[in-house]
Write a protein that binds this ligand. Sequence first.
Ligand code: GDP
Length: 186
Amino acid sequence: MEESIDGSRRQSKRKLTVCVIGSGGVGKSSLTLRYINGHFPEFYDPTIEESYITQIEYGFHFHEVEVIDTAGQEEFLLFRDSSMAQGDAFLLVFAIDSVSSWVHLKELRSKIVREKDDDVSIPMVVVGNKRDLEEDRQIPLEDVVEYCQRIKCPLIETSAKTSLNVTESFRMLMEQVEEHRLNLFI
Ligand code: GDP
């Protein structure tokens, strides 16, 4: 709560759920833990779905954010049973050295749009992770740019390993949330 000019109290804290989604092995947990704890985990159990509560200051508000690091099991579940159904905003992650993760990302994005029945107001950012493995790149940047322009979604390339653009990717997503002006805060 914060004090306004006329002395009344107003709610300044907002809450939303961010889902980090993508194929297994693209670096979802690494990105999430790098963002939340500031370090790159050397060992991590890929089967565990974790969620973290954090606060992000953006647009003059503190947003209380639950970050769900999904375990990549979405394809085995009905949408409504998956963590994706709870998501207000999505980091769609692929690894630049993995063609299958790029294909999967596009499928996941279509699934979200279809299930939520909305292709314009869902805040999303496409994240090309493992940028430090540039020499192993399998997905040309132009292809990703072309896709992102088509679906009107921002793109960022990150490295959870070196920390490149990790904070920036979450900040970009918050920017999308603001832009879409979702009515999802409590
Ligand atoms: P998840 O299954 O999508 O959660 O992926 P993880 O975060 O468990 O990462 C899978 C593997 O990729 C692990 O061996 C990580 O150390 C590695 N990894 C994650 N992010 C990066 C990155 O940015 N660069 C490199 N080189 N390896 C990464």
